[in-house]
Design a protein around this ligand. Structure first.
Ligand SMILES: NC(=O)c1ccc[n+]([C@@H]2O[C@H](COP(=O)([O-])OP(=O)(O)OC[C@H]3O[C@@H](n4cnc5c(N)ncnc54)[C@H](OP(=O)(O)O)[C@@H]3O)[C@@H](O)[C@H]2O)c1
Length: 277
């Protein structure tokens, strides 16, 4: 049976396996191993999942969404946005818990676990005080990367107190110390472009950009995002923080119309826009 106790181990196993060939696995509780075709109870053929073990619709959907990403032999930058159907990611007072179904946190932790690094902006740290770990599924934690332009964060936030490492990118020359953090200072001119160049040198395979709106929008404007993924909850919020604030266009023929697909996840819709293909 696939549960929150073994999904992290399973994703890790698939992530570290050969991408081009069919994969035959024997899944026994938390024990996952390669096996012969005959003895396997879980197999991925041409990126499609077939299994003889018990799997709920929820975990089946998670695997259907993540397998194509995991099996791609290519670096990917994925931005994810959990939003209301009217395009809001938070209220104006910053409250964003919980726009999405609480169960979608498990999905988010799965997405984090297949990522080598996770990028967020400083406002998200200030408003949500997240840990950015995979604790719900006990997967591998991605490296945390924070963009803090003016170096306005301080040691009161959780990410500076759990012992895991952070990389902070800034354009500020302020001399402050942040616990368990490496501060990388970049020139103010062309900051976002310099940031992207620097991250590319770190050679991560999958990178997840988790928000907020300013961070994702700026990276889309700089053509850094490969997959833009919306998790859309069937709720209306009204006035609040927009999920994106992209450059204004003068004509609808200039709208971005990328390849796309969508999946259902427990009463919510996940829409993928493939921006760089
Ligand atoms: N529902 C969701 O999926 C979700 C996910 C994440 C966050 N959120 C919500 O989103 C809200 C925060 O979003 P936000 O748009 O206000 O802020 P944000 O993107 O979290 O952070 C923006 C700040 O980060 C720095 N920054 C980010 N990218 C930069 C770049 N390319 N160049 C220079 N500086 C950059 C800047 O810091 P300086 O101002 O210091 O220069 C900027 O003001 C919160 O309310 C949070 O709850 C929702």
């Amino acid at each position: 049976m696939i549960t929150s106790k073994n999904i992290g181990i399973l994703l890790d196993f698939i992530k570290n396996s050969k991408k081009n060939s069919d994969l035959y696995l024997l899944v026994k509780k938390n024990n996952i191993s390669l096996s012969s075709k005959r003895e396997s109870n879980f197999y991925i053929k041409n990126n499609n999942l077939e299994t003889k073990i018990n799997i709920s619709k929820f975990y089946q959907s998670i695997l259907n969404i993540l397998l194509p990403i995991l099996r791609k032999n290519k670096k990917l930058v994925i931005a994810q946005i959990g939003q209301s159907i009217d395009g809001r990611i938070a209220l104006n007072n910053g409250n964003s818990h919980y726009i999405n179904n609480p169960k979608s946190i498990i999905y988010l932790h799965c997405l984090r676990s297949i990522s080598d690094a996770i990028i967020v902006g400083s406002n998200t740290i200030k408003k949500d005080d997240p840990l950015l770990t995979t604790r719900k599924i006990k997967g591998t934690n991605p490296k945390r990367i924070i963009i803090d332009g003016s170096l306005s964060l301080n040691n009161k936030y959780k990410i500076f107190n759990d012992g895991n490492e952070n990389i902070i990118f800034t354009k500020s020359k302020k001399n402050i110390r942040l616990n368990n953090s490496r501060i990388i200072r970049l020139k103010e001119k062309n900051f976002t472009k310099n940031f992207i160049t620097h991250i590319k040198k770190l050679k991560y395979k999958n990178i997840l950009v988790e928000g907020g709106s300013k961070t994702i929008s700026e990276l889309i404007n700089n053509k850094y995002i490969d997959i833009l993924q919306f998790i859309i909850a069937p709720i209306l919020i009204g006035t609040g923080i927009n999920s994106l604030n992209l450059k204004e266009i003068s004509n609808l023929n200039k709208a971005i119309r990328p390849k796309n697909n969508f999946n259902e996840l427990d009463n919510e819709i996940i829409v993928n826009l493939f921006l760089n293909s």
